[in-house]
Design a protein around this ligand. Structure first.
Ligand SMILES: [Ca+2]
Ligand SMILES: [Ca+2]
Length: 480
């Protein structure tokens, strides 16, 4: 009798030993993580510019949840990406600027890919995911070469630069330049190579769930892309973005004017390059969209298609003359608002029903919440210090109650913007303030901060600021 009773127990034990390291529902889901660089809301499904052509982003949005009020943690590459990969916003990490080196400021922080690897995942990436470094310790594999800590594959660089925009002086970023290149995608290299490698990874059988991160560099400058991507945008059709308004800075405080007037826009006007710049940005977006399409197509024919969460985001937006500004680094919506789309298949531990195709969510969310969102979706323990806000309730019901605001920090701890669903508040280190009613004024043309009838709303928005704001943490390197 004793032997007969023990046998099933032994059998059960052996069954437990051969189960995969996943929950009872099955294997952990894979994550395909697609980052775009400097892409503002000029995508079809966000309606940012009437001429833009982004059929692949739009079809992906139609298959999942499109967040229409998603904001970066900071409107520049390094702090925005660091926040995504650590789960720490700048006001907690002290990393606010492009010049602060990740591993000087946060030597021991575990980044998302390493965290997932420690939970049984295979983590790999390609292209720009962090700020011009790979951080090799964080990945199991990386293309082109983890050992060289350079995330960029070979990319064609035209000789005799600049091509379109004369160099105005040492203040000008030398990559602010644009041109249509008479070559194929493959000859151009760059993001084509990144997406080629990502596509190959998607076709491989895997004995572990994967975290696969695809860093697409366009529409980051320089706006050189193959000529075919310029074709839908003839120069005579080009118009400024819908957010442009003459004299829009008249009601902006002094610190806002200082940030806006960074010399680029007058320089571009002087050289009669405004329309050409807009054309090149649209072409670069169209190219980036085609690269996204390559990855989505590879996922469609991948054996992992039905068990892969897809996340697509841009690190921040971009101005092309709006508020007399050309570039990023501003507190306004055009810099801070980003495309964010998630698609979750059925059977995922944190959301067994998956996302509903064609969903839109207007709640204000931050990219810094992606870390916790992914660990929740994958059924993994949350990273202890990465904040506790998860987007899963909104993936389940995009209209769910959401009492939170999104904070976007500029390069100084006392310069920040707070976004709710209908309002935006901007605070400057010298005490200057702006308040915008997004329902009536989506382009932030009319600053209501000084209007007595909006005093109560202003007071309400001020209270949403973080209670504690970390100072800028010093690094060994102080120049870019
Ligand atoms: Ca960027
Ligand atoms: Ca204005």
């Amino acid at each position: 009798m004793l032997a007969m009773k023990l046998l099933p127990l032994a059998t059960l034990a052996s069954c437990l030993l051969i189960l995969p390291p996943a929950n009872a529902a099955g294997r952990k889901p894979n994550v395909l993580f697609i980052a775009l660089d400097d892409l503002n809301d000029w995508i079809g499904c966000l309606g940012g510019h009437p001429l833009t052509k982004t059929p692949n982003l739009d079809r992906f949005a139609a298959s999942g949840v499109l967040f229409r009020n998603a904001y970066c943690a900071a409107p520049s590459c390094n702090p925005s990406r660091t926040a995504v990969f650590t789960g720490l916003p700048p006001h907690r990490s002290g990393l606010y600027q492009n010049t602060q080196k990740l591993r000087d400021v946060l030597p021991d922080q575990e980044l998302l890919p390493r965290y997932l690897s420690r939970q049984g995942y295979w983590s790999a990436g390609s292209g720009k995911l962090l700020h011009y470094v790979i951080d090799p310790q964080s990945w199991d594999d990386y293309y082109p070469d983890k050992a060289k800590d350079n995330p960029f594959p070979p990319t064609f660089n035209p000789p005799n630069r600049p091509i379109s925009l004369a160099l105005g002086g040492p203040w000008q970023y030398r990559e602010t330049d644009w041109a249509a290149l008479e070559m194929s995608d493959e000859e151009f290299g760059g993001d084509w190579r990144v997406t080629e490698w990502i596509g190959k990874q998607l076709q491989q059988p895997r004995d572990k769930p994967f975290f696969l991160a695809c860093g697409i560099y366009r529409p980051h400058e320089p706006w050189f892309v193959p000529a075919k991507y310029f074709e839908p945008f003839p120069l005579e059709s080009i118009r400024p973005g819908p957010g442009f308004k003459e004299n829009d800075l008249d009601d902006v405080p002094a610190e806002g004017k200082r940030i806006a007037r960074n010399r680029y826009f007058p320089h571009i006007l002087e050289h009669k390059q405004w329309e050409r710049g807009i054309q090149a940005y649209l072409a670069s977006i169209h190219y980036a969209d085609a690269m996204v399409g390559r990855v989505l197509d590879e996922l469609e024919r991948s054996p992992h298609r039905d068990n892969t969460i897809v996340v697509l985001w841009s690190d921040h937006g971009w101005h092309l003359g709006e508020k007399e500004h050309w570039q990023k680094f501003t507190p306004w919506r055009l810099s801070g608002r980003v495309p964010l789309i998630l698609r979750v298949p059925e059977g995922v531990p944190g959301l067994p029903e998956g996302t509903r195709p064609g969903s839109v969510c207007d709640r204000p969310v931050s990219l810094v919440d992606l870390f916790r969102t992914l660990t929740d979706l994958c059924g993994l323990p949350p990273k202890a210090d990465a904040g506790n806000r998860s987007l899963v309730p909104l993936l389940r019901d995009p209209a769910a109650e959401w009492p939170h605001a999104a904070i976007t920090h500029l390069d100084h701890p006392e310069n920040y913007a707070i976004s709710t669903e209908s309002w935006r508040y901007i605070h400057y280190r010298d005490g200057g303030e702006e308040l915008y009613d997004l329902a009536a004024d989506p382009h932030e043309w009319t600053n209501l901060a000084g209007k007595p009838e909006h005093a109560a709303k202003l007071a309400e928005m001020r209270k949403l600021a973080p209670g504690t704001i970390a100072p800028v943490r010093k690094t060994r390197i102080t120049t870019q």
